[in-house]
Design a protein around this ligand. Structure first.
Ligand SMILES: [Ca+2]
Ligand SMILES: [Ca+2]
Length: 327
């Protein structure tokens, strides 16, 4: 009894104590700041109506995990840099990719991906190049971060990057078979559900949602799990190596993707790529449609761009109720 009292005194952040039939239930107030707990469960991952790499839709069993409510912001990333003196890959390479509008009168004239420019001294402090700054973007998602940069930030907080399955499970918000994280309502201009591209990408951005580039995190409604910008704003790094047939090859319980040596992008064979999820401010109805909840995209893990960021998960921190026998 005495030792139990000492154990109780050692439990930090006690939310409530309930006595039931000789057991004392100690519910820990374990909610980390700006994270939500995703309850374990089974969901249908992928879509048979989407792109070929989203098939086959299949039931996947998931353990519970904590996930950040929002994309990691410039302010948060700056705290990490100040604490660790970490230097991002774009800073070490001296350049990174920046979206640039292209002059053309029609989509047919365009060379695919010609809107990406390798810009010297573009990095997380200067997302669009040396003339740009984050001074007015403190609450915007950090961009120009590689996969390793994103993982280093998460690890600094004893977190990690989500798997594709964790990202999609969380993005669906408990809804089965929907096309978007908010449901099946079309992505309209009148009531934008997310920061995306309105108009004909990459020629004309009608900018009807008010944000031509990144938006402050949380500018659009959260999904039913309380997650902001889980669709749109910036693409987010996830931990799976990309393969277009992952869903045929992977486990149906807490899948983690294929091995690095099995990663395959048909458009760039020979370069192992990670997946990114959720779409960005560059996704439009006429082009990538990456804001669909099942959409996947391969990305070179060493390449930083001004439309890719991340959020972290913590699958190891429990949300359980501890019990102690009093007798
Ligand atoms: Ca927009
Ligand atoms: Ca996002």
């Amino acid at each position: 009894m005495e030792s139990n009292r000492r154990n109780l005194a050692g439990v930090l952040f006690v939310g409530s104590i309930i006595l039931i039939d000789g057991f004392i239930l100690v519910e820990q107030d374990a909610a980390p700041e700006d994270m939500v707990w995703i309850e374990p469960g089974t969901f249908t991952m992928g879509s048979d109506r989407g792109m070929p790499d989203e098939r086959p839709a299949r039931p996947v069993e998931m353990s519970g995990f904590w996930i950040d409510t929002h994309e990691v912001t410039n302010t948060e990333f700056q705290t990490f840099i100040e604490d660790t003196d970490y230097i991002t890959e774009a800073e070490r390479y001296g350049d990174s990719l920046v979206f640039s509008k292209v002059a053309a009168s029609s989509l047919q004239e365009l060379v695919p991906l010609s809107w990406w420019k390798l810009v010297g001294d573009a990095d997380w402090r200067h997302p669009e190049g040396p003339q740009d700054s984050i001074s007015a973007k403190q609450d915007h998602p950090v961009v120009q971060v590689s996969y390793a940069d994103a993982l280093a930030y998460c690890n600094w907080l004893d977190k990690t990057l989500p798997t594709e399955a964790q990202f999609e499970f969380a993005a669906r918000g408990g809804k089965e078979g929907n096309q978007y994280s908010w449901g099946n309502q079309p992505i309209t201009h009148e009531h934008a559900h997310t920061n995306h591209w309105q108009g004909e990408f990459p020629l004309h951005n009608d900018n009807e949602d008010g944000f031509e580039s990144t938006a402050p995190v949380g500018s659009f409604p959260a999904n039913d799990f309380g997650l902001y910008d889980i669709s749109g704003n910036v693409w987010e790094w996830v931990s799976d190596w990309y393969h277009p047939r992952s869903y045929e090859l992977d486990s149906n319980r807490n899948p983690t993707g294929v091995k690095r040596e099995d990663s395959f992008d048909p458009n760039e064979p020979g370069l192992a790529k990670r997946s990114i999820r959720g779409g960005s401010f560059l996704c439009s109805e006429n082009y990538c449609r990456g804001f669909r909840v099942s959409a996947r995209m391969p990305a070179d893990p060493a390449t930083a761009t001004n439309h890719t960021g991340f959020r972290c998960v913590n699958p190891n921190r429990s949300n359980s109720i501890a019990s102690l026998w009093l007798n």
